[in-house]
Design a protein around this ligand. Structure first.
Ligand SMILES: NC(=O)c1ccc[n+]([C@@H]2O[C@H](COP(=O)([O-])OP(=O)(O)OC[C@H]3O[C@@H](n4cnc5c(N)ncnc54)[C@H](O)[C@@H]3O)[C@@H](O)[C@H]2O)c1
Length: 385
């Protein structure tokens, strides 16, 4: 078994999602350890630090300059990502950043340039790729179980968040879900990267993207007193043309009563369905359709894989796998899925889709070999659950 040196990380942004990172990080302590945290809201920083037993800092500079830290984990809101990522790279730290890496393509390119100059790695959420389900799907595609892949549908419908009283959602450390920011950012910036990370890992870079982005429900009535007027899209439909000729369709919204985060991959002799790309234990189904002796024959089977994750406290997502993947990549044990150029590509696609424009992306990355994907997934899983 490959052993890793344990790397040290400092977490910036002790908000809503930080609790779930802290919880799962302990399962990955053979790869990394969070040794300190910082937040501009001192109370939040102290609460997180006390709960997870780490040190605190007086300023962001002090936190990022932590001598013993190899990695800065950036869990601040999107508009802070670029500056903090830039600061961390300048101080020769590797970074792991929540989505998006930056809010513009210029800033994203600047981070790539800086990372190259400093010889540092950029890991980026989401790590929805690092699951047994995706490994199985990759294996089935590679074995030609559905023949040549032609068309892929990515659904990323969350439910009607506005009707779910998001003003009452609070994590166990007392931090509220930042619903105003979430509505202002828009669901495409917040959610489409889960699908895009999987899509581009399996099928490589996108050579053309075009989308319709619209605000279907501009008045989000949160409770009897509060209505938020939003201008960012709450529904986008996009077409992705991959460089290898496969065509994809991605729908992202918060206007449906029924959540649907499925992925359907269609080839010449069948299709593969993943029921929910947010759930690491989601079923995978292979359906084959081919002409046998008696005409069209249809075979359907559920693909079994070991239960991937025991967690069910936050949509069954293990956020720390992305950081373990980064640790493995730093120590040359696997490729970095959704890192550096790939992360920039996903960021550019997200921005384009959210803006409802058509373009050939400026960012590109080299498509992975299936064995590199299998290896990265295998090594990113925690040893203990
Ligand atoms: N909330 C979710 O459900 C969720 C899920 C997955 C990913 N994310 C992503 O995680 C990131 C954080 O989201 P969140 O929901 O935890 O937001 P949040 O607003 O609850 O937390 C962000 C924290 O960052 C702090 N902060 C802001 N600027 C800072 C700065 N300059 N220096 C230090 N700290 C600063 C804030 O005080 C706050 O405590 C976002 O990129 C979001 O897209 C959120």
């Amino acid at each position: 078994m490959e052993t890793n040196k344990q790397l040290n990380a400092v977490l910036i942004g002790c908000g809503y999602i930080a609790y779930y990172y802290g919880l799962i990080a302990s399962k990955h302590d053979n790869n990394f350890k969070i040794i300190g945290c910082y937040d501009i809201i001192t109370q939040r920083m102290i609460r997180w630090a006390e709960h997870f037993g780490v040190k605190t800092y007086k300023t962001i500079d002090e936190a990022i300059n932590e001598k013993t830290a190899d990695i800065i984990i950036n869990l601040t809101p999107p508009d802070q990502h670029f500056l903090i990522n830039q600061l961390a790279l300048q101080q020769n730290k590797h970074i792991y950043c929540e989505k998006p890496l930056a809010t513009t393509i210029t800033e994203t390119q600047e981070l790539l340039k800086l990372a190259k100059q400093k010889n540092r790695m950029i890991g980026a959420a989401p790590c929805s790729v690092l699951t047994d389900a995706i490994s199985k799907i990759c294996e089935l595609i590679n074995q030609q179980a559905i023949g040549q892949v032609r068309f892929v549908t990515f659904n990323m419908h969350d439910f009607r968040i506005d009707l779910g009283r998001p003003d009452t959602w609070i994590n166990p450390l007392g931090v509220p879900w930042p619903y105003k920011n979430e509505f202002q950012e828009g669901c495409t910036r917040e959610h489409s990267a889960y699908s895009l990370a999987i899509a581009t890992t399996l099928f490589g870079p996108v050579s053309w993207v075009g989308s319709l982005a619209t605000t279907v429900i501009p008045e989000k009535k949160i409770n009897k007193q509060e209505t938020i007027n939003v201008t960012t899209p709450d529904f986008t439909v996009s077409i992705l043309k991959f460089a290898n000729g496969i065509v994809g369709q991605l729908t992202c919204g918060i206007i449906s009563h029924i959540p649907d985060r499925s992925i359907i991959i269609q080839g010449d002799i069948g299709y593969i369905k993943l029921d929910d790309c947010w759930n690491y234990n989601s079923p995978v189904t292979l359906t084959q359709r081919f002409f046998g002796e008696n005409g069209l024959e249809i075979k359907e089977r559920h693909i079994e894989f070991n239960k991937d994750s025991e967690r069910a406290d936050y949509y069954n997502i293990d956020q720390a796998r992305g950081i373990t993947n980064l640790c493995n990549a730093i120590q040359h044990k696997s490729i970095l899925v959704c890192g550096n150029e790939h992360a920039a590509h996903v960021t550019e696609l997200t921005n384009s889709i959210s803006q409802g424009i058509q373009k050939s992306p400026q960012t590109q990355f080299e498509r992975y070999l299936p064995e590199d994907i299998f290896n990265a997934i295998r090594l990113s899983k925690p040893i203990k659950y």
